[in-house]
Design a protein around this ligand. Structure first.
Ligand SMILES: [Zn+2]
Length: 261
């Protein structure tokens, strides 16, 4: 089955069939272009993964959240909580009943936690000088990194495992930092395809390795708990850069991943 997110991504990549620009419509579609350069300008993939200040693909509100005082943060929580009260009321609930009294504040805090990756600083909070010179040039793989993220289309969780591989080019990264990197991008509103790509692109920019491979297997609550109700269905996405685009290297990575399973 094709997950709806996946089909959206495919449609987006092949661009606008409903474009009003007929000149553009008559242009032949270039089939051999890589996904990185068939998407139009403005997309995050055209921006460097790590900004000079250490933030990675910041959102509109990243800097405000990163710099706010505890008082300002409490005001933010209060504003979210009051919106949650509206939602609960609209659902037909009694916001004054005991079980729900603290729910709006709790939910606000939970949402801020689930999106803390927007203002995590890649340089100061994730890497912390854990990039080392090393003469290792064989594939490094860390698999089964657990991630919990939020689907940006439904604001419900998707969760699963990330497997990261790379082939160093004189630089290696502390292994635990790979998990931190995955965590940082997972704690944002995401689609699984973008999460895979952001982890891969960031690692590529930080280490300049010969190649990076990221595979994510995840369960989407929006898929298994409503509508289609395919419990247990897994969505798999991958992002392969550099040497991993070559068939042999990709195969070696996937074989190593599946060993001892
Ligand atoms: Zn969803």
């Amino acid at each position: 089955m094709i997950h709806s997110h996946l089909s959206n991504e495919i449609i987006a990549k092949h661009g606008n069939s409903d474009s009003s620009d007929s000149e553009q419509d008559s242009q032949p579609i270039v089939r051999n272009a890589t996904p990185l350069n068939i998407k139009p300008a403005k997309t995050y993939t055209l921006k460097a993964p790590v900004e000079a200040d250490g933030f990675s693909w910041p959102s509109i509100g990243t800097y405000k959240r990163a710099q706010e005082t505890p008082e300002e943060e409490q005001q933010r929580i209060d504003r979210i909580a009051s919106a949650v009260k509206t939602i609960l009321t609209e659902l037909g609930e009694d916001i004054a009943r005991e079980g729900l009294l603290d729910t709006p504040q709790r939910y606000a805090k939970a949402m801020l936690y689930f999106t803390k990756g927007y203002h995590t600083n890649i340089r100061d909070d994730v890497l912390k000088n854990a990039v080392f010179e090393e003469d290792h040039d064989e594939m490094v793989i860390v698999r089964d990194i657990e991630i919990y993220s939020l689907c940006e289309h439904h604001l419900v969780p998707f969760y699963g495992k990330v497997h990261i591989g790379y082939i160093p080019n004189k630089k290696v990264i502390g292994l635990s930092k790979l998990a931190r990197l995955a965590e940082m991008y997972a704690r944002r509103l995401q689609v699984q395809e973008r999460l895979s790509k952001q982890i891969a692109m960031a690692l590529q920019a930080i280490l300049k390795p010969l190649g990076v491979a990221v595979v994510i297997e995840a369960t989407h609550m929006c898929m298994v708990s409503r509508g289609i109700q395919k419990t247990g269905s897994l969505t798999q996405t991958s992002s392969m850069l550099g040497a991993f685009r070559a068939h042999k290297t990709r195969e070696e990575f996937l074989t190593l991943l599946n060993r001892n399973r």
